[in-house]
Design a protein around this ligand. Sequence first.
Ligand code: G4P
Length: 283
Amino acid sequence: MHFQWYPGHMTKAKRMMQENIKLIDLVIELVDARIPVSSRNPDIDELGRNKARLIVLNKADLAQEKYNEAWTEYFKDKGYVVVKVNSKKGTGIKSIQGVIQKACKEKIERDRKRGILNRPVRAMVVGIPNVGKSTFINSLAGKACAKTGNKPGVTKGKQWIRLNKNVELLDTPGILWPKFEDQNVGLNLAFIGSMKDEILQIEELACKLLTFLKQYYAGILAEKYEILETEDAYTCLKAVAKQRHCLLQGNELDTEKAAGLILDDFRNGRLGKITLEFPSNNH
Ligand code: G4P
């Protein structure tokens, strides 16, 4: 899915979030494990104030394990409960229910003190487009798909998915917008394919990715495309075009096609597990 945001969209998304957030105890925030900060929404901490919080590093299968660990520690240090998953395959999904209980410990304890026992925790999944919200919900619900609400004769309302006797999940996720005014965030979102490629200069984008990979993942390009990584990014792009027979009429190198191929390889994990953003004190 591709997305473009403009104020109308944002206002509507924010209004829906504000409405739905009143109904829940726990915000399950999905981020992309390859870019855990760039894929966050700047307002989520404000919107989720006074709620229990859980951060899910989704698409962990596409990111480097050592950085998944580092990001887990990073968010834990900030007071969040964190879990890493691959929603597509279901890896890590089993642990979610336990993690939800952990994230809601204080709420459950508060209830208990007031004599409220066994009131289910109500949760909502939120995140920017394409981060995997639907896949995550389906993966969770697949295991326990008992919907409540919308019973005949009852006013049409929210659909809740009962995960177990302790947890109910709102079936529609909250959509948030990224910090797209930040150039670096925009670039990271473009790398992972969450921006319209048509609005981007694809060769420039591929060159930026090549530069990054040469610097932080030395050897990957040489191995995958049999090219010399010591050359500048555009020369590398031309070398990939040559290796992969991306040719225009008259045997001219089709660098645009090669750029698309490299981006596609990266996005589908064919260049290996690659984290684009590293934890640092700047975040
Ligand atoms: P959204 O609701 O937040 O917009 O995201 P959605 O679930 O539609 O997922 C966006 C894309 O990310 C989908 O790929 C989905 O399969 C993929 N995805 C979601 N979670 C994971 C994960 O943990 N690991 C990996 N590797 N991929 C994940 P798509 O290209 O749109 O479709 P398809 O490839 O599944 O056909």
